[in-house]
Write a protein that binds this ligand. Structure first.
Ligand code: HMG
Ligand code: MG
Length: 290
C-alpha cells in the first residue's frame, strides 16, 4: 500500500533534453533498471515529431526493447493522433497529452494555441477511451512561462478543468522552468483545487531555482499524492529556455522516506539507475568535448 505515487519521468523528460546522442540500448537499460526499482509508472519516451525532438526519434525501438515488469505502467507523450497511433502500435500502457497555461509556450512547444491543442486532444482521448488506454494530461507553465512571465492561476485552472472534463485520469501541473516559489505554487494549486479534486492532480516541478521540494511540501499539505520526478535530476524541455533538471527522484524519495510516507520504491535499486545515469552523463560530456 503506497501513500504517494512517484511517477518517474527521467527517460522522457530527462533524455529529451540531452545534447549528446544517447544510444537506444542505454535508454532501454535505464528503463529496465527503473522497472526493477518498483516505480508504478515510468514515462518511457515520446511519440512526438522527430524533427522537433530528435533525441527521442528512437521511441519505437525503445518501447520494443524494454523488459515490461507486471504492474508497471509504461507511459508516453502523444501530442496528436499520429503520436497516439504510434503509441498504440508500440504497446504503451498509457498516454499523455500536454497543454499549456501560457499561449506563448503552447505556440513554441506544440505549434498551436491552447484552444487548438484542446480541440486536437479530444479525438485522441476518445480513441484512447475506446482502446481502454488511460490518458494523463499535463498543464505546462502552470505558474511561470519562459516567454511571457508569471501565469495567472485562473489560466492553469481553466486548462486543468478542460483536461479533467475530457477524461484525463490525472492532471499533472507543471512548473516547466523550475522558477515557481512555494507561495505562487500554493496560489496556483488552490485555484485548481477549487475545480478539480486534489486526488486527480499531480505535481511536476522542475528544480532550476531549488524550490521543487518546498513546492512538493505545499502540494502535500493541499492533498496531492502524486508527483513526477526524474532519476538523477535529469531534465528540461528543449522549448523552455532555462528549464533545468526535474526534481530528483532520489531527493524526493529521501524526503518522503524521512516523513514515513510509503512509495514502494527500492532505494538501493534506484541507486543502480542513478549510477547508470551518471555514466550516461559522463559519456555524453566526453562526446561533446571530442
Ligand atoms: P507541426 O510541425 O505543427 O506538425 O508540429 P504537423 O502536423 O504540421 O506535421 C509536421 C511534420 O511532422 C509532418 O511530417 C508530420 O507527419 C510529422 P512531414 O510531412 O513534414 O515529413 N509529425 C509527426 N511525426 C511523428 N510523430 C508525430 C508527428 N506529428 C507530426 N506525433 C507537433 C506539431 C505537435 C507534432 C510538434 O510541435 C511536436 O512534436 N512538438 C513536441 C514538442 C515536445 O516534445 N516538447 C517537449 C515535451 S513537453 C514538456 O517537456 C513539458 C512537460 O514535461 C511538462 C512541463 O514540464 O511543462 C510534459
Ligand atoms: Mg517537464
Amino acid at each position: 500500500m503506497t501513500d504517494v505515487r512517484i511517477f518517474e519521468v527521467g527517460p522522457r523528460d530527462g533524455l529529451q533534453n540531452e545534447k549528446g546522442r544517447i544510444p537506444t540500448r542505454d535508454k532501454i537499460a535505464l528503463i529496465d533498471l527503473l522497472s526493477a526499482a518498483g516505480f508504478p509508472a515510468i514515462e518511457a519516451t515520446s511519440f512526438v515529431s522527430p524533427k522537433w525532438v530528435p533525441q527521442l526519434a528512437d521511441a519505437d525501438e525503445v518501447m520494443n526493447g524494454i523488459h515490461r515488469e507486471p504492474g508497471v505502467s509504461y507511459a508516453v507523450l502523444t501530442p496528436n493522433m499520429k503520436g497516439f497511433e504510434r503509441a498504440v502500435a508500440a504497446g504503451a500502457s498509457e498516454v499523455a497529452v500536454f497543454a499549456s497555461a501560457s499561449e506563448a509556450f503552447s505556440l513554441k512547444n506544440i505549434n498551436c494555441t491552447i484552444a487548438e491543442s484542446i480541440a486536437r486532444f479530444a479525438p485522441l482521448i476518445e480513441a484512447a477511451s475506446a482502446a481502454d488506454l488511460p490518458v494523463r494530461g499535463y498543464v505546462s507553465c502552470a505558474v511561470e512561462c519562459p516567454y511571457s512571465g508569471p501565469v495567472d492561476p485562473g489560466a492553469a485552472r481553466e486548462v486543468a478543468v478542460a483536461l479533467h472534463e475530457m477524461g484525463c485520469y490525472e492532471i499533472s501541473l507543471a512548473d516547466t522552468i523550475g522558477r515557481a516559489t512555494p507561495e505562487a505554487t500554493r496560489a496556483m494549486l488552490q485555484s485548481v483545487i477549487a475545480s478539480v479534486p486534489p486526488d486527480r492532480l499531480a505535481g511536476h516541478f522542475h528544480d532550476t531555482g531549488g524550490t521543487a521540494l518546498r513546492n512538493v511540501a505545499v502540494a502535500l499539505e493541499l492533498g496531492l499524492r502524486s508527483f513526477d520526478s526524474a532519476v538523477g535530476g535529469l531534465g528540461g524541455c528543449p522549448y523552455a529556455p532555462g528549464a533545468k533538471g526535474n526534481l530528483s527522484t532520489g531527493a524526493l524519495l529521501d524526503v518522503l522516506d524521512g516523513m514515513g510516507v510509503a512509495t514502494g520504491i527500492d532505494r538501493d535499486r534506484l541507486a543502480l539507475a542513478e549510477e547508470h545515469v551518471a555514466g550516461l552523463a559522463a559519456a555524453t560530456r566526453e562526446e561533446a568535448e571530442r
